[in-house]
Design a protein around this ligand. Structure first.
Ligand SMILES: Nc1nc2c(ncn2[C@@H]2O[C@H](COP(=O)(O)OP(=O)(O)OP(=O)(O)O)[C@@H](O)[C@H]2O)c(=O)[nH]1
Ligand SMILES: [Mg+2]
Length: 253
């Protein structure tokens, strides 16, 4: 669970002007999703941290957290606490960034309360809230008082095990559950050390290999003509191809 949603969440980050990273007040440091935070920053999107479930911590702990992290928003999605402050801040931020129809993406670990916060922002149940991690599977737009909000599936940081197996060619690309994760790991490996080889193999342009691995994956899919409905790149097929070429050794440095 989790790993397979990365491309979806990447897409949400790309489509959004402002990202709300939802963390859990009971374990703020642990639930602060470093990988997501870095991705959001790397893509130059505006990041807002919503520390959720404050109804589950003591008032003293809340005061301490507020002092420690003055820029965070402290909310309880299912109790509608702190939500109007968050909404106001989103609208003000959009105005400051001169964005007319602001798109807000909500991201974080599974079960952090992303869908609950969206429902509170929208004043009604628009997305499914449940204690089962991984409830939200796809992506859906919700309209709420001047904001377009995108819910997203929760993601856990890249699981290394399968990616490692894919990279050491111990697993057939067709058998890999999350080929996107493995392909992105392979592309990252090349980008960090052997960008030129990658560029040559896929006939990419100079500026293209400066992009992030996900962007490059899409570019490769486009080049190979792996397009699905509506001209959208088939990420799975593209990923499997990259893994296969890497395992076969045609993609090499
Ligand atoms: N006490 C408390 N529980 C909350 C709060 N927000 C969400 N929850 C609970 O946390 C669980 C997960 O909430 P969701 O909104 O489904 O979480 P999500 O981040 O959308 O989860 P996925 O879609 O599975 O990634 C549910 O059981 C909610 O009732 C909150 O502010 N306080
Ligand atoms: Mg959800």
């Amino acid at each position: 669970m989790g790993g397979g949603y990365w491309p979806i969440v990447e897409g949400v980050i790309r489509k959004s002007d402002i990202l709300v990273l939802v963390i859990d007040a009971r374990m703020p440091a642990l639930s602060m999703h470093k990988t997501l935070e870095e991705k959001i920053e790397r893509l130059g999107r505006h990041l807002i941290v919503a520390c959720n479930k404050i109804d589950l911590i003591s008032p003293e702990d809340l005061v301490q957290l507020k002092n420690e992290y003055p820029t965070w928003f402290f909310v309880a999605g299912i109790k509608n606490i702190g939500i109007s402050d968050l909404r106001r801040h989103l609208l003000i931020t959009a105005k400051r960034l001169k964005i007319e129809d602001p798109r807000i993406g909500i991201v974080g670990y599974p079960n952090a309360g992303k869908s609950a916060i969206i429902n509170a922002l929208a004043h009604r149940a628009r997305t499914i809230v449940s204690p089962i991690a991984g409830t939200t599977k796809g992506v859906q737009w919700v309209k709420a008082g001047g904001l377009s909000i995108l819910d997203s599936p929760g993601v856990i940081p890249m699981e290394d095990a399968e990616a490692t197996l894919g990279i050491i060619a111990a697993k057939n690309p067709e058998k890999i559950k999350n080929p996107e994760v493995v392909a992105i790991r392979i592309l990252t490996l090349f980008l960090n050390q052997h960008g030129e080889a990658l560029k040559e193999h896929y006939k990419l342009k100079d500026d293209q290999i400066k992009q992030d691995p996900y962007e490059i994956l899409l570019e490769i899919g486009k080049k190979r003509g792996y397009l699905g409905k509506g001209g959208i790149v088939d990420e799975t097929k593209t990923s499997i191809t990259i893994i296969r070429e890497w395992q076969k050794g045609t993609l090499k440095w």
